[in-house]
Design a protein around this ligand. Structure first.
Ligand SMILES: [Zn+2]
Length: 162
């Protein structure tokens, strides 16, 4: 029902209320495993239950709609440590983040490499990538760049604030 068509002016230009933006499409990602290594002792821990959480991902340029990635994941119980934990999602998104790494990486790149100020960067992300990120959120990411990300997802942002 959607698809590439003739060019029409962006109907979202000038929208300031996020509720007025097009409804997101759903993407699905499954990381629900029967076993996964315990982060403490590395022994395989059995699945305890499953849950899911949404992440804002890069949007669908063809349909012009944003994409919310619904990630189903397993939580596990380590019988050695007697602890519950969720399967690692840190390669998809930082802990506690509502956005995927690739949104964050792109936003930081737009500001740092292309030199866009935060507000135009926010609009650029929406216009060209159909992901809505408040400019203050982008600012947080850029200012945090280089300080975090020392873990499994190296992300170097050099020259920020210099
Ligand atoms: Zn353990």
């Amino acid at each position: 029902m959607y698809g590439p068509g003739r060019y029409v002016p962006d109907p979202t230009e000038g929208i300031v209320n996020i509720k007025d933006l097009p409804e997101p499409q759903r993407g699905f990602y499954h990381r629900d495993h029967q076993q996964t290594p315990c982060p403490r002792c590395r022994q395989l821990a059995s699945r305890h239950k499953g849950d899911h959480r949404p992440f804002h991902d890069l949007g669908d340029v063809a349909t012009g709609r944003p994409v919310d990635l619904l990630v189903s994941y397993s939580s596990h119980h380590c019988s050695t440590c007697k602890k519950y934990f969720n399967i690692a999602l840190s390669d998809l998104a930082p802990p506690g983040s509502h956005y995927t790494h690739r949104v964050i990486d792109l936003a930081v790149r737009v500001v740092v490499a292309e030199g866009l100020p935060y507000r135009p960067a926010s609009w650029h992300l929406w216009r060209d990538h159909r992901v809505f990120v408040p400019f203050a959120t982008i600012q947080n990411w850029v200012e945090a760049g280089g300080k975090k990300g020392a873990g499994s997802h190296p992300r170097r942002v050099s020259g920020v604030g210099t």
